[in-house]
Design a protein around this ligand. Structure first.
Ligand code: ZN
Length: 229
């Protein structure tokens, strides 16, 4: 969790002004607003949904990828209320056909998206902050057994949500797009669906800050010889 907060401080520094880093008081203010409790609650909620396998139920209200993406969208919609109309929230989705590999039935793939529009209409840049919502057990086609995925990638999605919460209250000249993609474990399908849209709409993507397994503790665990990993 410490690592997640640390990462967010880096992320916010990049988003606001790569030149000023953590000494900028404005950035320090954003970092101060990052809540350890929010990050923890977000991860716990994602874990409580049983599995978030891409081919799990999209209609069950309690369990599965549908419940997960609807919950992320509901969080984004709450943040949008404080954004003075600048945050647009939507589900990007499409049906995937079986591919004989990691998709064995028609599957509705969905990316939960919040776009925080910039205040400068001439500034078309988009910074993408992403994590993957889906999880899985060892058997890639098992879409029913519990797959909590607290770290992979509940941690990354929690960071995306917390970034959206903190940054939605402020104004930036460029656009920031927060997204929890699906289909990562099955073959990066959600990221591809988003990149196809970006290409078709000629987005000016300035940076993609992807967060996958940012809660692991390898940094904190010394090697046998005492040096950090
Ligand atoms: Zn992952």
């Amino acid at each position: 969790m410490k690592k997640a907060v640390f990462f967010l401080s880096i992320l916010l520094s990049i988003v606001i002004n790569a030149q000023k880093q953590e000494k900028d008081p404005e950035i320090a203010g954003y970092v101060k607003n990052v809540s350890k409790d929010s990050l923890k609650a977000n991860i716990e909620k994602l874990v409580s949904l049983g599995t978030r396998h891409t081919m799990s139920s999209t209609t069950d209200k309690e369990k599965g990828i549908g419940a997960a993406r609807n919950w992320v969208l509901s969080k984004f919609r709450n943040f949008a209320k404080n954004s003075e109309g600048r945050m647009e929230v939507y589900l990007q989705n499409e049906d995937l056909q079986p591919d004989g590999k990691r998709i064995n039935k028609v599957t509705n793939l969905g990316n939960a998206i919040a776009l925080l529009k910039g205040t400068d209409p001439t500034d078309q840049r988009i910074i993408i902050v992403s994590g993957h919502l889906d999880s899985r057990v060892s058997d890639i086609l098992n879409s029913t057994d519990d797959a909590p995925g607290a770290n992979d990638d509940g941690s990354g999605v929690a960071a995306v949500i917390e970034s959206a919460r903190v940054l939605s209250r402020s104004k930036f000249p460029m656009n920031i797009l927060f997204v929890a993609v699906s289909g990562e474990e099955q073959g990066l399908f959600g990221a591809k669906m988003l990149s196809d849209k970006a290409k078709a709409e000629n987005w000016q993507v300035e940076a993609v800050l992807n967060n996958d397994m940012i809660g692991n503790n390898s940094f904190d665990t010394p090697k046998n010889d005492g040096t950090p990993n």
